[in-house]
Design a binder for this molecule. Structure first.
Ligand code: BGC
Length: 413
């Protein structure tokens, strides 16, 4: 029907079916149940505007696999309409000149005044908007099974020692304390939190953003790796290669006590029908309260044929609409990328996420996530992934890992 309407060049509404307004092809890595539910909000929003959706999913958190597929597509002169992207990768595509200029739609819709500067730093290249930010996630969260906490009389840990004591109790009671999937990006996600909890905001900046060799190899980093080893001793023996959403399921099903993961995990709990405060708890990784390690999913729009540009413009506009930002982020687990979206529709974890973000932003404690592409360029991020994962899998002692981290980062720059 839509194709027929398009072929006839009809632009009016036919009954309740909106007129065909083109097609968008979108590359992304939202393949879990919760992610798919959130993506549906976007698909349906566009379909309501007559824009049809061509899905291009590439599984893998952190987007490494998606970026590999994207590079192949663009080199073959077959760029998608848009691709989900994180931080420094956006800047890379901007520098390569492959991204479309969204300044017209941004000016018409007033993006400059509603998107926080910390996000604009990634969305704009050379003064031009090249990406539309759909959300702000953060990685320094713990997702916990409330029944297990109640049964073992545990309260929310406020520092690493209390976290370790809680894990001991869970283990003694026969639970897997930490649900974890052994993939480099998941270990790096935990690393974000442990670096922040162990060294504080200034250390996080010095080590993961300024890439200071002394901070990367010094005593604080050795302690970070010791703590990573403590966490490692609290995962089950089948952790290798497990997808993050299957780790979330272990907490949802009451097999594991906690998962250290970005707030996309909340999407899995909600998708399983669970409620915050009743079935699961959300709290900041102990020792990181007040600070936020953020990442923002943004859609980079590519330079494409003029026949596809109108639908691309609709996509950019739809992503940034305040009502959409609320509806989407409520399901996704993230918070809006605009400062003017009310928090009414959000649950307690979402409200906390919004409040934490605003406070961290105004107190200088808003930090880009290393694991999710907002602290350092991909080459450095990948070098850190390798060392963190090798240590997690027992290849290095903590002291060796800190040394390796500094040399791997130096070599990657
Ligand atoms: C993205 C999230 C996604 C998660 C797991 C992160 O890099 O920012 O949107 O849900 O990866 O796939």
């Amino acid at each position: 029907m839509k194709k027929m309407i398009a072929a006839l060049g009809v632009t009016a509404m036919v009954g309740s079916v909106p007129a065909y307004a083109g097609e968008v092809e979108v590359l992304h890595w939202w393949t879990s149940g919760g992610e798919a539910a959130a993506l549906n909000v976007l698909k349906e929003d566009l379909q309501g505007k007559g824009v049809s959706w061509q899905d291009m999913p590439v599984a893998g958190g952190g987007g490494e696999n998606a970026m590999t597929v994207l590079r192949a597509r663009v080199s073959a002169n077959n760029a998608p309409t848009a691709a989900q992207m994180l931080g420094f990768d956006i800047q890379d595509w901007g520098a390569q000149g492959a991204a479309a200029n969204l300044n017209d739609v941004a000016a018409a819709e007033g993006w400059d005044s509603v998107v926080p500067a910390a996000l604009q730093a990634f969305s704009k290249h050379d003064g031009k908007w090249v990406a539309a930010p759909v959300n702000v996630h953060s990685t320094n969260w713990v997702w916990a099974n409330k029944k297990i906490f109640d049964e073992l009389n545990l309260s929310v840990p406020s520092n690493f020692e209390e976290m370790a004591a809680a894990m001991d109790k869970m283990k003694a009671a026969g639970y897997t304390p930490l649900a974890h999937g052994g993939q480099a990006w998941q270990e790096a996600t935990i690393f974000d939190s442990v670096v922040l909890a162990t060294g504080g905001v200034d250390f996080y900046k010095k080590a993961l953003i300024d890439l200071d060799a002394g901070a990367l190899s010094g005593a604080t980093m050795v302690k970070v790796f010791d703590r990573m080893a403590t966490l490692r001793s609290n995962v089950d023996e089948n952790f290798s290669g497990r997808d993050w959403n299957l780790a979330s399921a272990m907490v949802i099903e009451g097999k594991a006590g906690m998962q250290i993961m970005g707030d996309w995990a909340k999407g899995e709990f909600l998708n399983a029908g669970q409620k915050p405060g009743e079935d699961f708890l959300c709290f900041r990784f102990p020792g990181t309260q007040g600070a936020v390690t953020f990442n923002s999913d943004q859609f980079v729009m590519f330079k494409i044929g003029s026949d596809r540009q109108a639908a691309q413009g609709e996509l950019a506009k739809a992503i940034m609409a305040p009502s959409f930002q609320s509806a989407f982020n409520v399901v996704k687990g993230s918070v809006p990328a605009r400062t003017d979206v009310p928090n009414d529709a959000f649950d307690d974890c979402g409200k906390k996420g919004m409040k934490d973000l605003a406070e961290a932003n105004s107190s200088g404690k808003l930090l880009g996530s290393l694991a999710h592409g907002h602290a350092a360029p991909a080459s450095v991020k990948n070098a850190m992934y390798d060392v963190v994962t090798a240590h997690f899998n027992g290849e290095f002692s903590s002291a060796e890992a800190a040394e390796e981290l500094a040399s791997a980062v130096a070599a990657a720059q």
